[in-house]
Design a protein around this ligand. Structure first.
Ligand code: AMP
Length: 208
């Protein structure tokens, strides 16, 4: 069963890889960041609440995000497996997830600290879900849908530092959590995007 969790610092490439891997195995790619950003755009209560945390680079409270994920994981499409990107982000969330379902593999995408800062600073997003880096895609228009690319507010320098601190303090302990459960595999995220994808596929095929 492919019940997958992707771990890694902001900018490690979780979103990019999750998109490719979920397409390959036909399992839903569930990104809590995407869910929250969609709610902000729609102006929902959840969106209003989430925005105040996201803008500071802080985490949305566990009880809020856990409720969102309980509902999402109860949907039919998750019966065939799922790929979680950006959840869990705290030990509390990981424990809540264990009460809902069994994670079969946690893929930890490992990158250097310097790379993380460089990647986030140059990251540009599209409303259609694609993301690019200015070093390999200097145009500000999406190749897939033609929309104008934008920089996420929380990718700006002031917020990135807080996000990295939050990652080190609250999310990095999950590496040990899943390692203790015997489901953690590290993948070298410093390779080309396609190489990282290949390595992840190998790891999934060997473990699930
Ligand atoms: P991401 O797109 O995964 O980088 O998430 C963007 C922001 O959304 C994070 O910096 C948090 O503020 C918030 N967020 C996303 N996922 C979670 C989560 N599992 N728990 C708490 N906050 C989250």
């Amino acid at each position: 069963m492919k019940n997958l969790v992707f771990l890694g610092a902001p900018g490690a490439g979780k979103g990019t890889q999750a998109k490719r891997i979920s397409e390959k195995y036909d399992i839903p790619h569930i990104s809590t960041g995407d869910i929250l950003r969609a709610n902000i755009k729609e102006g929902t209560e959840l969106g209003k609440l989430a925005k105040s945390y996201i803008d500071k680079g802080a985490l949305v409270p566990d009880e809020v995000i856990i409720k969102v994920m309980q509902a999402r994981l109860a949907e039919d499409d998750c019966k065939k497996g799922y790929l979680l990107d950006g959840f869990p982000r705290t030990i509390e969330q990981a424990k809540a997830l264990d009460n809902i379902t069994t994670v079969t593999l946690a893929v930890n995408i490992v990158v250097d600290d310097d790379a993380v800062v460089r990647r986030i600073a140059g990251r540009r997003m599209c409303v259609c879900g694609e993301s690019y880096h200015i070093s390999t895609h200097p145009s500000d228009v999406c190749d897939k849908c033609g929309a104008k690319l934008y920089q996420r507010d929380d990718d700006k320098e002031e917020t990135v530092k807080s996000r990295l601190d939050v990652y080190a303090k609250q999310t990095a302990p999950l590496i040990e959590y899943y390692s203790d459960k015997g489901v953690l595999v590290d993948v070298d995220g410093m390779q080309d995007v396609a190489e990282v994808t290949k390595e992840i596929i190998k790891v999934i095929d060997g473990n699930c």
